[in-house]
Design a protein around this ligand. Structure first.
Ligand code: SIN
Ligand code: CO
Length: 373
C-alpha cells in the first residue's frame, strides 16, 4: 500500500474512526527524515520571553520541582534529569505553525498548540495522564515512551505536577526523529529522554462544560433585557418582618423565566469564546503602517495572510476573529470563508471581494491580525 504521510498508511477518516479518543497509535516515520524545526538554543531563547509560556521541570531523587517561565537561567544540558516545556511555539515560528496546520483534518476550534519539550538525558515529566488528545512527534534524539490503559489514575499528593501514584506500563516504544505516538485523553504515559532529546506535542483543546456554562452566563449578562422594577401596590402588613414573602418570590421567578437564549446566542458566544486569543498573546502591529491606499495596492498584488496568532472561525452567518464576531453579509461570504479556511487570500481574491471586506482587511492589518501576503 502507498505510504501516506503523517498517519502512516491510514487515512484521516480511518484514524478518526478507529483511534481518535479510543486507543493509542504509533506511527513510525510519520514524517520521514524529520529534523527539529528550531535548534535547542532558539527554544531556550523563546522560554526567556515573557509572552511565551514555559515550565522547567527538574527531578532529584524522588522529588519533582516545577518553575514557570520566563526562564532566565536554565540548567546545563550536560546535567541529567531536567526538561523544559515551551507552549505555543506555533505562535512564534512559521515552520512550527505550518507543522501544526498539517493536523487540520481536525477542526481549528479543537486544535490548541504546538508545545516543544527539550529534555536532558533521563529527563521527562514523569508518569501522568492528560485530559486532551495528543500527538507526540519525536523531533530530535530518542525518547522512550511507556504507556498504559490503566484505570487507576490516582496521583501522588503534594507534588507540583501530576504524577501517577501507581503507574504500570503495558507497552514500551523507543521513538526516533520522525516517529509519532498518538494518545487519547486519560491514557497513562511516561516519556524519558534517552540522551538529550526534543519532542513536539500537537495538543488539542476541549472546553469543560462548567467553564462554558460560566462564561455563557457572563456573555448573556451583556445582552439580557428585563425592563421594569419589582413593585407591591397590594402589600399587606408584615406579620413576620424577616420573611421574604411568596408574592415577591413568584414575581421574581416570573421575570427571570423571561431570560431566553437562541441558537444564534449560542453560536456567537461559542465563536467569540473559542477564538479569543490566550492571555499571553500579543499581536505584532506593523512597524511602518501602510496607509489605506498603499495597503490596497499591495494586497491587490500580493494578497493577505492571517497572522500565526490569529484565530478565525465561522458558524452559519457568523464570523469570529480573535474573540470578536461579525455578521457575514451575502456579498462578503465567499472571501471571508476562504480567508478563514485557507488563512490567506490571493490578490485576485482580494480584488473580487466587497468594499466591506477590503475595509475589514485594513482594520485587521492595523491590529496586527493579518499582513500583506
Ligand atoms: C514531554 O514532551 O516531555 C511531555 C509531553 C507529555 O507527556 O504530554
Ligand atoms: Co502528557
Amino acid at each position: 500500500m502507498k505510504k501516506m504521510t503523517l498517519l502512516g498508511d491510514i487515512t484521516p477518516a480511518q484514524f478518526l474512526r478507529d483511534y481518535w479518543h479510543k486507543k493509542p497509535l504509533l506511527i513510525r516515520q510519520a514524517l520521514p527524515g524529520f529534523q527539529a524545526l528550531l535548534p535547542r538554543d532558539d527554544l531556550f531563547a523563546l522560554a526567556a520571553r515573557d509572552d511565551v509560556e514555559s515550565r522547567l521541570i527538574t527531578r532529584a531523587g524522588g522529588k519533582w520541582d516545577l518553575q514557570s517561565g520566563p526562564q532566565t537561567t536554565l540548567p546545563d544540558p550536560a546535567r541529567r534529569d531536567w526538561t523544559l516545556l515551551v507552549q505555543g511555539v506555533n505562535l512564534h515560528d512559521d515552520a512550527a505553525d505550518a507543522l501544526l496546520r498539517q493536523f487540520r483534518f481536525i477542526p481549528d476550534v479543537r486544535l490548541d498548540d504546538l508545545m516543544i519539550s527539550y529534555a536532558s538525558d533521563g529527563g521527562g515529566v514523569g508518569p501522568h495522564f492528560d485530559s486532551y488528545d495528543v500527538f507526540l512527534l519525536q523531533a530530535h534524539g530518542q525518547r522512550r515512551w511507556r504507556i498504559s490503559a490503566q484505570k487507576d489514575l490516582s496521583l501522588v499528593e503534594g507534588m507540583p505536577l501530576k504524577i501517577l501514584a501507581k503507574f504500570e506500563a503495558e507497552e514500551e516504544f523507543l521513538l526516533e526523529p520522525g516517529d509519532m505516538l498518538y494518545l487519547p485523553p486519560h491514557y497513562a504515559h511516561d516519556g524519558t529522554a534517552v540522551g538529550e532529546c526534543m519532542t513536539y506535542s500537537i495538543g488539542f483543546r476541549a472546553p469543560a462544560y462548567q467553564e462554558l456554562g460560566e462564561a455563557f452566563l457572563q456573555f448573556m449578562a451583556d445582552s439580557i433585557d428585563l425592563p421594569g422594577r419589582y413593585a407591591d401596590p397590594d402589600l399587606s402588613p408584615a406579620k413576620h418582618p424577616a420573611e421574604i414573602g411568596k408574592p415577591m418570590l413568584d414575581a421574581v421567578a416570573a421575570e427571570l423565566a423571561k431570560v431566553r437564549f437562541t441558537e444564534d446566542d449560542i453560536a456567537i458566544f461559542l465563536g467569540e469564546y473559542m477564538s479569543e486569543p490566550k492571555a499571553s498573546v500579543v499581536f505584532d502591529t506593523p512597524g511602518s503602517m501602510l496607509q489605506p491606499g498603499k495597503f490596497r495596492q499591495r494586497v491587490l498584488k500580493k494578497g493577505v495572510k492571517l497572522s500565526r496568532k490569529t484565530s478565525m472561525l465561522y458558524a452559519g452567518k457568523h464570523l469570529f476573529i480573535n474573540g470578536e464576531s461579525f455578521a457575514i453579509g451575502r456579498a462578503d461570504r465567499k472571501a471571508l470563508l476562504l480567508l478563514a479556511n485557507e488563512r490567506s487570500l490571493s490578490g485576485e481574491d482580494v480584488a473580487a471581494s466587497s468594499d466591506d471586506v477590503q475595509e475589514a482587511l485594513y482594520t485587521w492589518y492595523e491590529d496586527g491580525w493579518l499582513l500583506p501576503g
